[in-house]
Design a protein around this ligand. Structure first.
Ligand SMILES: [Zn+2]
Ligand SMILES: [Zn+2]
Length: 323
């Protein structure tokens, strides 16, 4: 059986699966839920030979951060062109799992979450994520990009050393394509579905340009949407990236204040290839201490054990002051 990844679309339900058998070989840090350091971390300084050569490095010796191709990628670089897959991927059957999958090693420290980092360090990490998105978007096959950060044992992370991942795909996931279509239809009527989703009762914090609130219909309790207040699809220019770094540092600190060892996902969608000026720039933070179980898998309905309004109140109570 070939080990190359492939996308498969379910003919009945319409969703895409990414079958990536090579990922079963990736190392798992068994200490991820504890405080012990295994000593065999491929992301720690001195173990640089354990990763493919970096595509981007920053900071003083040995380095402050590195971006490397994922050694166990979910999608693989194309050799000799990528087949045209259409707007939202293969209609049925199987298509090569092509694309780019990179790991952003966030620093030399094996145990350091964003609540312990300076906002300048977080700003640099964000800038690198956006730079990689921009680089990937230059590829003729690029249709969809996402950066994500899995932190903690319940987040899906297999290595404890703080890292983010940046992926670029030649297909638009059907769920994302549907969101884009709904937004376009709303804009055409002069409405905005994102503006409709905000409510002062669910406000967590805001800055000049950005606003964070708990999701009206969350996929996980304490899910936070963070977005531009105005209709602007990208964050380039001005001080917005510094604002975003400060806000993320404070929101991650909230999760640590709520739960002793939080697991969470942070998700930043890349701007879509043809930027739509009316769109809001958006990202999500999902606290993952509650497992997704059979009901969610069967129905696509996510259970939450706290109201989003109450969750916003709790988050505001533990929100650290802005320095
Ligand atoms: Zn490490
Ligand atoms: Zn809006």
């Amino acid at each position: 059986m070939p080990s190359e990844p492939t996308f498969r679309r379910d003919p009945l339900q319409g969703h895409l699966a990414l079958i990536a058998p090579g990922r079963s070989d990736r190392p798992r840090d068994e200490t991820i839920s504890g405080e012990k350091i295994s000593g065999e971390c491929p992301f720690c300084p001195g173990n640089e030979k354990e990763t493919p050569p970096p595509v981007y490095v920053w900071g003083d010796q040995p380095w402050a951060g590195r971006v490397v191709p994922n050694k166990y990628p979910a999608v693989v670089p194309a050799s000799g062109g990528v087949p045209t897959l259409g707007h939202d991927g293969p209609v049925s059957g199987e298509t090569a799992g092509l694309g780019l999958h990179e790991v952003l090693i966030e620093g030399p420290d094996h145990l350091k979450d964003w609540n312990e980092r300076s906002s300048q360090e977080i700003e640099m990490l964000l800038r690198v994520m956006f730079l990689r998105h921009e680089e990937h978007a230059k590829q003729a096959w690029f249709r969809y990009g996402v950066a994500f950060r899995n932190f903690g044992p319940r987040s899906g992370a297999t290595l404890r050393h703080p890292h983010s991942q940046v992926m670029a795909l030649p297909v638009v996931p059907p769920q994302v394509a549907e969101i884009w279509q709904k937004q376009a239809a709303a804009f055409a009527k002069g409405d905005c579905l994102v503006c409709l989703g905000t409510d002062p009762q669910r406000l967590v914090c805001e800055s000049d340009t950005l606003i964070a609130y708990t999701a009206w219909s969350p996929k996980a309790a304490y899910e936070i949407c963070l977005q531009s207040k105005a209709h602007r699809a990208d964050l380039s220019g001005g001080e917005v990236m510094a604002e975003l770094a400060i806000m993320l540092q404070r929101l991650v600190a909230c999760y640590h204040a709520l739960i002793p060892h939080p697991s969470y996902n942070l998700v930043i969608q890349a701007p879509r290839p043809q930027t739509v000026p009316e769109e809001h720039w958006r990202m999500e933070l999902l606290l993952r201490n509650q497992q997704i179980a059979g009901f969610e898998m069967a129905s696509g309905i996510y259970l939450s054990d706290i109201t989003p309004e109450r969750a916003a109140l709790r988050l505001r109570e533990v929100l650290p002051p802005r320095h």
